[in-house]
Design a protein around this ligand. Sequence first.
Ligand code: ZN
Length: 523
Amino acid sequence: MEQYGATTNLSRQCGDVQSQLKVRKLKSEQSYAELIRLSRERSVMHSTLAILQWDAEICMPRGGVKHRGDQMALLAGLVHDRSTDPRIGELLSDVEGSSLVADAESEEAVNLRELRRDFDRETRLPRRLVEETARVSALSSQAWSEARDRDDFKSFAPFLDQTFVLAREKADALGYKDVRYDALLDDYEPDMTTAQLSALFEQLRSQLVPLVDALRDRPKGEHTRVPEREFPVERQRAFAEAAAAKLGFDLECGRFDLGPHPFCSMIGPGDVRIAARYQPGNLTNGFLGVMHETGHALYEQGLDPAHYGTPMGEAVSLGIHESQSRMWENLVGRTKGFWMHFYPQLQQAFERELGDVPLETFRAAMNQVAPGLIRVEADEVTYNLHIVIRFELERALLDGDLRAADVPAAWGERYRKYLGITPDNDRNGCLQDIHWSESLIGYFPTYTLGNVYAAQLFEAADRAIGPLEDAFAAGEFSTLRTWLGENIHRHGKRYRAAALVERVTGNPPNPSALIASLAHRYG
Ligand code: ZN
């Protein structure tokens, strides 16, 4: 009897535990569903900021800047309120440790991990700081644009100082272990540290400077004359847009505009926009700019729309984003195979200008290595040196070791040291980039990370599905696009950047593939 009774008690207890587990499971599922709903709403709100930003750069009249600053500050504040709602903290705690997220690579676990990270970071930032940063960015980018047009750094300097004061406050609010810069870098490249970056840059710099010096002394051939011809902008535009579509940019879900600088804007699923800039005297820059932005756009269009508004539907990091753009720009758009396919069409579009220029001359001109003052026009070899300079300067500005007023001199000194040239004015010097005016501090290094990742990923793709250049020569680009979609795009934020690179290539991120690729193609 007793035994029977004991069994009954036991089974009753088991029943209790089971129903408790069921309740817990149900609760974590409900909490998870609510988290996802809130995350989606937040993304939709955030995307309205993206369209305001796009509009400010593409069509807003100058007089609208003050009102736009107010709009963006208010919206940024509202997004911040929603992102830091204590309810999110409760929901995260409900789900953490539950069976729903037991598998660390499942979509639920990935979403939870990233939502927790975002929540913890956002809650450390005061609303006032978020609003103030949005407001100052709007005013500062306008001030930068006017200062650049007039080559008047002095008028921009107070904005630059203010931007770095706010950035310092942000870094201190977020917290960091070693150096302040780590806190900001983490926004763009989670898990990457200043120490790791410094080591990587040092490795690159020590091998690139001698390569640049060797190439500088090489005699220039006939080909240097090609870029000096005039190429009507409308025809450049038609050609570049057709090429982007051929690579797979979906025009049903995207559009092209002319902008003050090239960029790609993800407004939402089905709406990815490319802004391009063309100059009549330079065919290559405008075209490669479009190839670059197309790489960004293909990544955004390759994300799984079913996961929109959640980390599983978002890009891993800016470094990985940049690996996509740099790959299509440099490792595809500069290759012989690519131009074997496209050059006859280009010659047809510019019969008078290029009819007598052989393919090899055109390619040699496009791939010339020559230290220049402008980052976005830099060749592949010198490009990373432009980034090293910005990385060093923004760290000094952030720590207060450099004041805005001293930036032009510090800029000139480093260009002399690393590239052997000196800017003749600030327009071609420290006023050339929009980033600092938009409070994007810690962003520049992701360009070099993108080059590093791109070389590793392309090498892996070529091993798996190559030789890719033969495919390009045959006008076949979907093989690479599909491979990137399956290996990178579709995973959203499932893996952090370093883990993703290692998973796909077999090696952790390192500059060997980039250095080998540059030495092979240019050395
Ligand atoms: Zn880019």
